[in-house]
Design a protein around this ligand. Structure first.
Ligand code: ADP
Ligand code: ZN
Length: 432
């Protein structure tokens, strides 16, 4: 049941002692890098000042902009010769940041990915089809190495190429897939076109969903269509990539591996810690990385700690599904809205298809939100009244959540452009 029982069920007090030891080592080590050397001097702190976990709050936050400014090698805490791998972020919000790893760093990362996969029931007898982009993106190689360490048979196909994906799944009796949730939803339409039913024609049993926010309803849709248990996988390149936090079979939040990261949740505006259980921005500190340690990294991802212990026996705390990035927030007519709110409402309504776009523009100097929604084929062939009733229902559900009335346009399946990587949902055409 456990990949490494002692680490996963470590008593909380022991974990805290270990965290302090690793934090002290990390800070002392980070001080050797150009960036933290300068930062610590400016803030008047020295590694010896860290005598308790609370002292972490004396260290200033690190942001994506810091990583971009001291680009590319300013964060290295060991000589460049010790680095064996480079990865980068997807560049969703600007210039991609790069991260370097030593062999030891890769080994540590691989181990927590293997631990995460094993936790869900994946074993060496499984056939694992990794449908994530390889190359610089961490989702491909991160999972690849983890799955090999676990001993599974890995099919490193990467992203896209839908027909081939389905063909391989059938031919090699794939049991486990790793896939972006918006792509998993899109792929359902390809399965249907080909007349392949994953429940009948494949051996799938587990799906790892990661890299972008998705709602509980999307998860359930994917589970129902593919006949799998789907597990949420959270990570970011700055903190290695996948394996930072992962769902266990209880599916009640993601365990964040506290023997590799220190977790803080702060109010993004005041930058003060929020009460346990309240939503805020996730801030992470690496504890075991040597090539490029990062302290108090502001992820911009919004989540909360789920209070209490988990039925699976793991002592590492859990975070809730990510509701979005602080950057994703749209302000429309003065109201703050996250794309996930739209997704949550849409995916709950039967008849709604697998893709949607949000367009923001202005009419008579007032903000307007248009939501284009793909709906299932038969709505366009049947009674048009049914289509109008569906449209009304979507407007009402959205309004109850986002508090403004969007213009809703229904379109046929597979007419909105999709992407192979993270879904692009919002198109803001307003004058800035
Ligand atoms: P970028 O920050 O450029 O998108 P990354 O590839 O490092 O580059 O992506 C990490 C980000 O992806 C996270 O900070 C988060 O916003 C998002 N993300 C990753 N996994 C999940 C998940 N399971 N749920 C929601 N968002 C996720
Ligand atoms: Zn658990």
């Amino acid at each position: 049941m456990y990949w490494e029982k002692d680490s996963e069920t470590v008593p909380v007090e022991t974990l805290k002692e270990l965290q302090l030891k690793w934090l002290q080592e990390t800070v002392a080590h980070a001080a050797r890098s150009h960036f933290y050397g300068k930062r610590f001097a400016e803030a008047g702190i020295s590694p010896a000042d860290i005598t308790s976990l609370e002292d972490l709050s004396r260290i200033p936050f690190t942001t994506k902009d810091d990583l971009r400014e001291d680009w590319p090698y300013g964060f290295l805490a060991l000589p460049k010769e010790d680095m064996v791998r480079m990865h980068s972020s997807s560049g969703t919000t600007g210039r991609a940041t790069v991260i370097f790893h030593t062999q030891e760093d890769i080994d540590g990362w691989t181990d927590i990915v293997a631990r995460s996969m094993y936790m869900t029931g994946m074993r060496r007898s499984d056939v694992f089809q990794n449908m994530m982009t390889y190359a610089l993106f961490t989702g491909g190689l991160g999972f690849h190495y983890g799955a090999e360490k676990l001993g599974a048979l890995v099919i490193p196909i990467g992203a896209g190429n839908s027909h081939r994906q389905i063909q391989l799944m059938c031919d090699f009796q794939t049991t486990v897939i790793h896939i972006i949730p918006s792509y998993a939803l899109y792929l359902t339409t390809v399965f249907e076109d080909l007349g392949v039913d994953p429940r009948r024609d494949t051996h799938l049993k587990i799906a790892f969903l990661g890299a972008e926010p998705h709602s509980e309803h999307s998860r359930r849709r994917i589970e129902d269509f593919y006949g799998v248990s789907a597990y949420n996988s959270y990570g970011l390149s700055e903190m290695n990539g996948p394996g930072v936090a992962f769902e266990c079979p209880a599916q009640k939040g993601m365990h964040i591996w506290e023997d590799h990261y220190i977790v803080e949740i702060i109010d993004p505006v005041t930058q003060k810690p929020v009460e346990d259980g309240e939503e805020g921005e996730l801030v992470l500190t690496t504890l075991r990385r040597r090539g490029m340690p990062i302290l108090r990294y502001r992820t911009k991802d919004l989540t909360r700690i789920i209070p209490g212990t988990c039925e699976c026996g793991r002592t590492h705390r859990r975070i809730a599904r990510i509701t979005g990035r602080t950057d994703d927030m749209m302000i429309v007519k003065g109201v703050n809205i996250f794309p996930i709110q739209i997704e949550r409402q849409l995916m709950e309504i039967p008849g709604v298809g697998t893709n949607f776009h949000i367009i923001l523009d202005q009419e008579d100097y007032t903000d307007r939100m248009i939501v284009k929604v793909e709906v299932q084929k038969d709505y366009f062939t049947g009674d048009l009244k049914q289509l109008e009733a569906l449209r009304r229902r979507i407007v009402d559900n959205l309004k109850s959540d986002i508090l403004i009335t969007p213009k809703v346009e229904l379109v046929e399946p597979n007419t909105l452009p999709t992407s192979e990587g993270k879904a692009v949902r919002v198109f803001d055409k307003r004058k800035k």
